[in-house]
Write a protein that binds this ligand. Structure first.
Ligand code: 3HC
Length: 658
């Protein structure tokens, strides 16, 4: 007879199965290791130690998560005993075998608990990793010391330094788990416990660190550090893993001290802000209780670079896709472009042949508007011109069902004007993708003046299925991202006129953590589109507004960026280099306006650019275009290269004295 559940704390309970104590953590939503969970685990260990009839323990999680790690909300509060390292040491020291039954995500402290156990069985879908660096910290409960003992130094650097997680076969091949269990996980864990009972447990912390090949270590280190861009946590994690061969207690003490130092630092505060910002972003006002409309088939009008990327994202998410272009030839070209992208996914091993075939079957293309009739949602990605878009929406309006949704992917046009051209403006919204659309995670979901709540909810549901980070924005020129980007760009050009040079501004930005400085980005993207826009706007520009002509002079001199071999920089043999010709053009423009240039320190440059972004952000909040500061931060981090470890422009502005 099975015994009734034994409560070890509010969130941890036990059940005796024969001679094994099964300890279940139930701390919704994700079984984070709160003080109550930690206390419950210790009580369970005490109970097992003191009961001769118990021969072993199983630790598992209730629901779909094993343990999502330390409770991030407890960071910044005074520590409450027992702390996690102590709990894990108790697990590891147990004389009775402890088996981790990893039923779902085992992340951070959750995986560290599993590493403290003597045997690990996992469901095939369980995600396992130490994502602490993504929170600006290193694992703080033995991860950097036990993982290398189990899987070796290069693999441990890879997992801990990148924060990526693994599952199933990869976890098994690495030696991270002992068994993958397709059938009943608990039965497998109980069986393992019974097998191990009476033997001396295999304690991870007592294993010797496997000898590592130096070249492999250097290679993985270089890869991680190249991506770290000024962040401290990845380098610290590498240092700790590399030193794992010293006595365990020494390594654990160093790890804990490093964890606490980083946890209380600015990088971790910024990344925690980003973590909670992402969860917050999906909570949209007025949508509580509103059900999205069902979407199975997505039409994509315009199969250029952007449209093809959107199609690939939709096919990856399992949607049926009907592509529309202006004639059969363009449609066929679009289909080819989409298949090329899918083929790349196949070659890179991101999808298998069966998935590729299924995706190809779910794709059709046409040049006839009427063929979009079965679509539940149509996303247009045609040339960003109001007349072109209005004409398309008028035509589509006539052929699709009245409950089908129309989305515009415009970057700068007013979607309210596009909606007004249709018979049902309530069904129109904006879905502003970032290029390449199958790669970039950000999606601005534009709530137009008349967008119906369930249409907006559908946009968000589709975004989630596309695995995008959706940020809701109201209508303003450029929405959230391009509005802030314009302010940033404008301020950078003021700085140029005031005395900073492009390479000084870029160096300051790259030092701050941007992957590439603004002027280098311009050169990569090409200067001509913005130039054409400025020429179009020239007639309506307010003459009293400060206007910087330097970019125009560059374009007039044929310096259109990398593709012309020169722009803000020169590119001899493809290498970016300061060009004295540009310095002269800048000096001339300053002189024309009678500006005496001054020197700027890197921190002054960054501060001015941040202030300009934050000021524009505040405007968007005041106008209710953005719902919250953290949404603005996420847009700039995920769409414009703002370093996540600085938390985004709004967060950074609260940290930097201005
Ligand atoms: N602590 C506190 N709250 C957490 C949490 C954590 N570790 N992980 C998730 N949550 C909260 C979220 O904030 C969210 O709360 P909300 O509903 O109030 O907004 C809720 O749990 C659900 O989270 P998601 O929306 O992310 O749920 P998903 O099902 O999409 O994803 C998950 C689940 C994969 C577990 C994901 O939440 C996740 O990746 N969590 C973070 C994992 C992590 O970073 N762990 C390391 C923590 S640091 C650590 O362990 C230090 C140690 O070394 C000492």
């Amino acid at each position: 007879m099975e015994a009734a559940a034994i409560p070890f704390s509010d969130t941890v309970r036990g059940e005796i199965h024969g001679e094994v104590l099964v300890v279940t953590i139930e701390n919704p939503p994700v079984n984070a290791l709160s003080a109550d969970v930690r206390a419950g685990l210790v009580t369970a260990l005490d109970r097992a130690a003191g009961d001769a009839s118990i021969l072993g323990l199983v630790i598992t999680g209730a629901g779909k998560t094993f343990i999502a790690g330390a409770d991030i909300r407890e960071f910044g509060q005074p520590p409450v005993e027992p702390i996690l390292p102590t709990v894990i040491e108790r697990i590891e020291a147990s004389g009775k075998p402890v088996v981790a039954a990893i039923n779902g995500a085992a992340l951070g402290g959750g995986l560290e608990v599993a590493l403290g156990c003597h045997y690990r069985v996992a469901s095939p879908a369980a995600q396992m990793g130490l994502p602490e660096v993504k929170l600006g910290i290193v694992p703080g409960a033995g991860g950097t010391q036990r993982l290398p003992r189990l899987i070796g130094i290069p693999a441990a650097i890879d997992l801990i330094g990148s924060g990526r997680s693994v599952k199933g076969q990869e976890a098994l091949s690495l030696g991270l788990i002992d068994e993958i269990v397709d059938a009943c996980l608990e039965d497998a864990a109980l069986a393992a416990d019974r097998r191990l009972a009476g033997q001396d447990p295999r304690r991870t912390g007592h294993l010797a660190v496997p000898a590592a090949d130096n070249t492999a270590v250097e290679k993985v280190k270089a890869r991680i550090l190249a991506k770290a861009r000024g962040q401290q946590a990845p380098a610290e994690a590498i240092r700790l893993v590399e030193a794992a061969a010293r006595p365990l207690a020494e390594g654990l003490a160093d790890e804990r001290a490093t964890f606490l130092r980083l946890r209380d630092g600015s990088e971790a505060a910024a990344l925690r802000h980003v973590f909670f910002a992402e969860r917050q972003a999906s909570k949209v006002e007025d949508l509580e209780g509103v059900s999205p409309r069902p979407v199975e088939t997505i039409g994509i009008a315009g199969l250029g670079l952007m449209g093809s990327g959107i199609a690939v994202a939709a096919l990856n998410a399992g949607y049926r896709v009907i592509g529309l272009d202006r004639d059969d030839e363009a449609a066929a070209k679009g289909r080819e472009r989409i298949l090329d992208l899918l083929q790349k996914n196949l070659s890179a091993g991101r999808i298998d042949q069966t998935t590729f075939d299924a995706q190809e079957n779910r794709l059709s293309v046409t040049a006839a508007d009427g063929d979009l009739a079965p679509c539940d949602l149509i996303i247009e990605a045609v040339f960003d011109d109001l007349d072109v878009k209005i004409d398309l929406f008028r035509r589509l309006d006539k052929v699709i069902r009245p409950d089908a949704i129309l989305a515009t992917n415009t970057s700068y046009l007013n979607p309210d004007e596009i909606a007004a051209a249709t018979a049902y403006p309530e069904r129109v919204l904006g879905l502003h993708f970032f290029s390449p659309a199958h790669v970039m995670r950000l999606l601005e979901v534009v709530r137009c003046a008349r967008t119906a709540p369930d249409v907006l909810a559908t946009g968000l549901a589709v975004a989630k299925k596309l695995r995008k980070l959706a940020i809701v924005t109201g209508v303003t020129e450029g929405f959230i991202g391009n509005s802030i980007f314009s302010a940033y760009r404008r301020e950078a050009e003021f700085l140029l006129e005031d005395g900073a040079l492009p390479h000084e501004i870029d160096a300051a930005l790259e030092d701050y953590g941007f992957p590439m400085g603004l002027f280098a980005v311009y050169d990569m993207a090409g200067l001509e589109i913005a130039w054409a826009r400025r020429k179009r706007q020239a007639a309506t520009r307010d003459p009293s507004e400060r206007y910087v002509e330097i970019a125009d002079r560059l374009c007039e001199a044929g310096r259109l960026g990398q593709k012309t071999g020169r722009g803000w920089y020169a590119y001899p043999e493809g290498k970016r280099q300061v060009d004295p010709v540009v310095t002269d053009i800048i000096a001339q423009c300053r002189a024309n306006k009678g500006i005496t240039p001054r020197n700027f320190r890197a921190d002054e440059i960054v501060e001015r650019l941040l202030a300009a972004m934050a000021e524009e952000g505040q405007k968007l909040l005041d106008e209710s275009v953005a719902a919250r500061e953290s949404d603005i931060d996420l847009v700039m981090i995920n769409g414009y290269g703002f370093p996540a470890h600085k938390g985004g422009p709004m967060f950074a502005a609260t940290q930097t004295p201005r």
